[in-house]
Write a protein that binds this ligand. Structure first.
Ligand SMILES: Nc1ncnc2c1ncn2[C@@H]1O[C@H](COP(=O)(O)OP(=O)(O)O)[C@@H](O)[C@H]1O
Ligand SMILES: [Mg+2]
Length: 242
């Protein structure tokens, strides 16, 4: 199997407790992430990207279609690190992901050390989380996922609160992790509304109004996907201006 994740004809409704008031948010979504790929899901706010992520993560049920996750484990990182970080120091926060694995303390320390160095936070294990910058916190959240040796990372707009320097720093970190993975099996689904990030993607999908409206299988196809996205945004702006 070449794919890490594959959704075919996926339909997801939300709201109204599943009754008449619930509405279809994802409509016939086809999306695949190949092993070893950094796949980006691009779309405007409200287009359904997080709904897709939550469905893949098993947090939302789907009503129709097929969803196959061929690798495990899967770990998700979301937009706001303050919502997921719970412990006072960097090292403790990363180690928390291992608490139920009955590892010996030396093993835990070694895995935490490795995860922190993978995200360029090496040596900061004792640091208080309150003293970290936004970019460092998002790297920490990423280390918290990496310590569990995931095969598929689900990254939902993890750069949206970062300035350009940290935005690309975090993005390059993820890209380097995937390209440098010795098994070649690590994949990521990277959700974004910032089309400039697609220059780092190995493939991408464009979502609008709960549907996949475009796909790029290579960097060569990325420009036209970005143009398509910009046209959608421009069309929306015209609708909004009186
Ligand atoms: N908890 C929820 N209950 C009902 N509808 C929701 C909920 N969360 C999101 N939606 C709706 O689903 C649609 C897609 O939202 P979302 O998946 O968050 O988009 P995106 O992540 O692309 O901004 C929106 O119309 C939004 O109003
Ligand atoms: Mg979202």
């Amino acid at each position: 199997m070449m794919e890490a994740l594959s959704a075919r004809g996926l339909w997801v409704s939300r709201g109204g407790n599943g009754g008449a008031a619930s509405k279809a948010v994802l409509k016939n979504v086809n999306l695949s992430v190949r092993r070893g790929h950094l796949h980006m899901l691009l779309g405007r706010n409200g287009s359904g990207k997080s709904t897709f992520m939550e469905t893949v993560a098993g947090l939302l049920p789907y009503q129709n279609g097929e969803l196959e996750i061929e690798v495990s484990p899967t770990r998700m990182v979301s937009q706001n690190p303050d919502h997921s970080i719970i412990l006072p120091t960097v090292g403790a926060e990363v180690a928390f992901g291992l608490w139920d694995q009955a590892l010996d303390p030396d093993d835990v320390r070694e895995r935490v050390r490795r995860a922190l160095s993978q995200v360029n936070l090496g040596g900061l294990s004792e640091k208080a989380i309150g003293t970290l910058s936004g970019g460092q916190k998002q790297r920490l959240a990423l280390a918290g996922a990496l310590v569990e040796s995931p095969k598929l990372l689900l990254l939902d707009e993890i750069t949206s609160f970062l300035d350009a320097e940290n935005q690309f720093g975090v993005l390059r970190t993820v890209k380097a992790l995937i390209d440098g993975d010795p098994t070649g099996d690590l994949s990521a689904l990277w959700v974004t509304h910032r089309s400039e990030e697609l220059q780092y993607a190995s493939s991408a999908s464009l979502m609008e109004n709960g549907e996949i409206v475009g796909v790029a299988q290579s960097q060569a196809e990325m420009d036209s996907l970005v143009r398509q996205f910009e046209e959608i945004c421009e069309g929306q702006r015209r609708l909004m201006t009186p």
